[in-house]
Design a protein around this ligand. Structure first.
Ligand SMILES: Cc1ncc(COP(=O)(O)O)c(C=O)c1O
Length: 427
């Protein structure tokens, strides 16, 4: 197709993204992304890199020195973690409870792991006893698990799992892409070795940067595999005894050397994404991490109240639900995709369906990051209610926005210091 050289400037339609993520970025984050570029060894830039390391130690709740960014989407960060700790033949236990657990098995097997998957019905999670028993039975080198699997909206409890691994000398890896900053996550207290994240969910940024934190124990395993590219070896460099990491771009040993005071060159740091990641963390920490988590939890209760008011059925184990996403069965009498289309077309509101066995069976309503706000939650509920009526579902009588508003009013009365009205953009 011939391209018109006079194509108009990008001007995306206004959308309120209330699915499983990505969501609208905080305007402060967008402004930070537009800041002037810097050279990668400019002291101003390396100072920003150090600030990012400090900010994300707070976000991960881990005083782990090796805390930095992987340039790429969250999947890049996941792959960097797994490829750097798994050597071909290493046993890797993966408790799967949704699509992103399957992704961990897929990445681990491409790293050459002997993958041992565990399976659960989608909508459920594992008990610590189940994980402990599997660790004893299979004796893996690595355990890899999701905290929040957005495909099912379930949150795997992790408080005991890191400790169970540490006691057995197993390296623990957690994918917290979709849960971080919207659900409790205490990496160091829970003794988790490596955790990776993304910006496009509760951190309120765009996708394209994957924060990572690495315990000293895991860093030792990675450094054993440190081999430097030809042409940039420091004088007297002695490579590690372990095998060379299978990926160049995602080689954590080389990336750690780049994020060290030596700044040994690897890739060119994605400057605008670093500004953006820095601002995401600043927004959350200025609000207070615990307050941001509480804001998501209140949003979840309001969303659930609205869904119930419409007479819709919630999906999955509600005791272990992610705060930032709510799964809802699509009522039989409507065409789920047509409802989603009309919500986007008439209200500019996006919601999600799911994958695999849940595709076309549930909708996923998200309220996360900058969008975990009262006005956004009321708008998605009202839009869904109207579109259900538009598609012939008769009213159940209760107004979902009013039901959600009751939850917000109750919270405003009891916990006045949690900001659930539109997040202030004036900071
Ligand atoms: C739990 C989880 N892990 C990994 C990913 C992959 O993230 P990305 O698309 O940024 O690579 C997602 C994306 O939705 C996710 O929800």
């Amino acid at each position: 197709m011939p391209i018109d050289p006079l194509l108009k400037q990008i001007n995306p339609p206004p959308r309120l993204m209330m699915g499983p993520g990505p969501v609208n970025a905080d305007p402060r984050v967008q402004r930070a992304m537009a800041a002037d570029l810097l050279g990668q060894y400019d002291p101003a830039m390396t100072n920003y890199m150090n600030e990012v390391m400090a900010l994300y130690r707070e976000i991960f709740q881990a005083n782990y020195h090796w805390t930095f960014l992987i340039d790429g989407t969250s999947r890049g960060a996941i792959e960097s973690a797994l490829v750097s700790i798994i050597e071909p033949g290493d046993k890797t236990l993966v408790p799967v409870f949704g699509r992103f657990g399957h992704l961990l098995t897929e990445i681990a097997s491409r790293c050459g792991a002997e993958v041992i998957p565990l399976y659960k019905e989608w909508g459920e999670v594992y008990s610590a006893e189940e994980i402990g028993a599997a660790l004893d039975k299979y004796k893996p080198k690595v355990l890899a698990v999701c905290q929040g699997d957005t495909s099912t909206t379930m949150l795997q409890p992790l408080e005991e799992i890191g400790k169970l691994c540490a006691e057995r000398g197993v390296l623990s890896y957690v994918d917290a892409t979709a849960s971080i900053a919207g659900n409790v996550l205490n990496i160091e207290d829970w003794e988790i070795d490596i955790c990776t994240a993304g910006l496009q969910k509760c951190l309120g940024g765009p996708s394209g940067s994957g924060p990572i934190t690495i315990s000293d124990r895991a860093a030792e395993v990675i450094k054993r595999r440190w081999h430097v590219e030809k042409g940039i070896e420091p004088v007297g460099f002695v490579p590690g005894e372990g095998s060379r990491i299978q990926s160049n771009y995602l080689d954590l040993a080389m990336i750690m050397a780049y994020w060290s005071p030596e700044r040994l060159n690897h890739h060119t740091e994605a400057t605008s994404m670093l500004y953006c990641a820095r601002e995401c963390a600043r927004c959350i920490l200025e609000e207070g991490l615990h307050k941001a988590i509480a804001r998501h939890e209140i949003g979840s209760r309001a969303m659930v109240a609205g869904v119930k008011a419409m007479g819709l059925e919630l999906f999955g184990d509600q005791e272990n639900k992610m705060s930032n996403v709510t799964g809802v069965y699509i009522p039989k009498e409507v065409d789920g995709e047509a409802v989603r289309r009309d919500m986007l077309l008439h209200f500019g509101v996006e919601i999600g369906t799911s994958f695999g066995p849940l595709h076309g069976k549930i909708w996923r309503l998200g309220a996360m990051g900058y969008n975990a706000r009262k006005d956004a939650i009321l708008r998605v509920l009202s839009a869904l209610d109207s579109c259900l009526r538009l598609h012939g579902r008769s009213s159940t009588g209760d107004d979902p926005a009013i039901a959600a508003l009751e939850v917000f009013k109750e919270t405003e009365k009891n916990v006045p210091d949690i900001e659930i009205s539109p997040v202030s953009d004036s900071k």
